[in-house]
Design a protein around this ligand. Sequence first.
Ligand code: ANZ
Length: 859
Amino acid sequence: MSENLSTSPVDEETSSAHAIQAKWQKYWAENETFLTGGDDDDTRPRKYVLGMFPYPSGDMHMGHAENYAYVDIVARYWRHRGFAVLNPIGWDSFGLPAENAAIRQGADPREWTYQNIAQQRQSLTEFGTSYDWSRVLHTSDPEYYHWNQWLFLKLHERGLAYRKKSAVNWCPNDQTVLANEQVVDGRCDRCGAEVVKKKLTQWYFRITDYADRLLDDLNQLEGFWPHKVLQMQRNWIGRSIGADVDFRIEGREQPVTVFSTRPDTLHGATFFVVAPDSDLASELAADAPAEVRERFQKYLAEVQKTTDVDRQATDRPKTGVFLERYAINPVNGEKLPVWAADYVLADYGHGAVMAVPAHDQRDLDFARAFDLPVKVVVDTTAPITGAMPVIEVDEEGVPIDTGAALDEQNPASTGIALTGEGRMINSGPLNGLSKRNAIARAIEQLEASGTGRAAKNYRLRDWLISRQRFWGTPIPMLHAEDGRIIPVPEDQLPVKLPSVEGLDLKPKGSSPLGAAESWVRTVDAASGDPVLRDPDTMDTFVDSSWYFLRFLSPNSDTVAFDPAQAARWSPVDSYIGGVEHAILHLLYARFITKVLFDMGLIDFTEPFSNLINQGMVLLDGAKMSKSKGNLVEFASSMVWPGADVTRVAVVFAGPVEDDIDWENVSTTGAQKFLVRALRIANEVSSPVDVVFAGGDSVLRRATHKLLADAPSLVEQTKFNVLVARLMELVNITRKTIDGAAGAADPAVREAAETVAVMLDLIAPHTAEEMWEILGHEPSVGLVTWRSADPALLVEDTVTAVVQVGGKVRAQLEVSARIGESELEALARADERVIRSIGDREIVKVVVRAPKIVSFVVKG
Ligand code: ANZ
């Protein structure tokens, strides 16, 4: 076990650190030191610094400590640079853990939630964070979720909130819908039951309408967000460009459309596949012979137990059922057998594909498993640059002799699909074209013949937002007996959650709210008709999709946020949090931002100008988490070793984006450093108004070098380097105090004050204490950073003499810190020295850097 867990000494240093901590926390609270400011008469420029707000699951652990330490560094930094800083905090306080805890304890989720919030709030205060506590929000407060409901109505008005019936992941044990991420290896991640697909009518947000903008605007963020996160967002949206092609199915009136990224390969299609769980598959099977129908039904039951992720796995054996129906290829009239196979997904593209086994690996695997023909239509051995090769064709126009090279690569025997560049063959009018040109030509031809058109497709799905749970925002919709769905009028918001009294929160297939009779039954104000409230609640990602705007007007009961305040403060300048939110939360926040922009409420289209992702805090190589039972709790670390020590230790442990293992974090090193820093402040003996001039030049240079470097260290998030540099400056200051100049040297005061002001970013209690000891009024947190004196940044130089045969022949201006070999090299290169040595032999060189080089010569 590490020192951090096993020891809890109450030594002198720790208890004095605790006294300092308590003293300054009281001061900050009483003086409201960190209120935002930035009002009309505040002429300072503004920064909005935001940490991803916490979920109130018990107390926080070291992973949170790291995050909030970083947020505080950035917020404090901009205050020191003369900015008005908005640095708020709130809680993402709806969600399943509260509800599950309430079910276990037979209690109200409210109690669990607000108790945990109180505990976390206490921890964050004791951590010395500089939040503006006047702006706190909790998403589970009706004052907050009122505006989630308003947002829902606005999306509904714009056609962006709609209901649809579709197959969703369903846990038969927990009796609830699961998100794709909650399904692990086909099982419910909470209870382990096999997840099935169930068709349900649910509310969705039409995020796919924004797919292009969500994708294209990522380019603006390049360089400001981690590249990895941008790439993850791009992949999640997953735009594919290609064509929709209409195939006739024998015996069916309506054609069936397929999406293909490779319309150039249409002549290579040898079969046709529909998703077994699509309506089309059931319809086609319904008309098939009884035994086919039966086989299909059995297969479908299996498929419904398989997740989309597993269905797309390439290493699974291919399975499927021939439906004894045929599709007609629109480019050549060929009959293609129609199969139902689970590698085709019902809700991607149109849920059906033309299979081109020679050029698509999944199709090839399937063709080989069921002995279906493979037809090569792209010669990937042919050059695609230079002149178009002459392709010899037989009397039917089929190329002959595509070359031995291509024979060797025949996918039917190698099992490897030919996906590369090449020249079209066996493709009628496309023959000889490169793949790229053939795609364009094929689309032209499809459009001309009315059997297809250019098309785009996205991996991104609409956002399913209804949950059959109690502890969330009620969906503000009413259901009339005649099936009409009526929005709750805005002036009747918020639709508050009922009391849990008498409600059974246990999952049972529908929302527990449906059983709250007196709540669910109401009347439509306009018609006076009896109606039922929608019993579902919203996905909690809705709550966090716009909370950064609520911080601008946290107490308004007339608007979600004030557009004038949004114009003043947003977008968020620095958003700081874990990479686990790289996809969904950020995507949803970006989507809602664009909707609010389209509504004319804000004048920006991206919510977070800069994103900082910190690494994880591990314990013994595993991520700290409650379920793993390897938490180092936040509160206990503040009892021992104290907030400042914890902060320094965590920040010093490594670069922001790296994972750190708490086992390797040294709190003793951090504690020693803070004690040394305080001691220096205590020893300074020059007066508080002393002029910083003269004094120990090494120390002054070190101080000004740090003043010059620190801003870019912070702005490039090299926080651990900043700690190292502060440690170095404390050491140099110590040397000066212990040397001839002593503690009265003004350079010592200058260095100590610089340490105090910069240390405020990381160890604010110690910094305040130092500042006070040094004779200043609090708060050091509001002191503007001094700028570096350029004269002190110039490298120190000295004059070196070069002797040849005992006579001074040259003088060189060199750095005071020059090394021996470097000095010798400079001397040997000097014209005067070369001339004076002439062709005499050098028998010895004596170098005393930085002052003398002496050449002993013969002859
Ligand atoms: C014929 C073809 C030939 C295809 C070829 C690819 C290569 P991405 O890039 O991921 O968008 N496809 C279409 N709908 C599908 C579905 N519902 N389930 C599974 N696969 C589906 O993939 C697009 C390609 O995936 C499409 O282009 C289609 O196969 C397949 F040499 O059409 B292609």
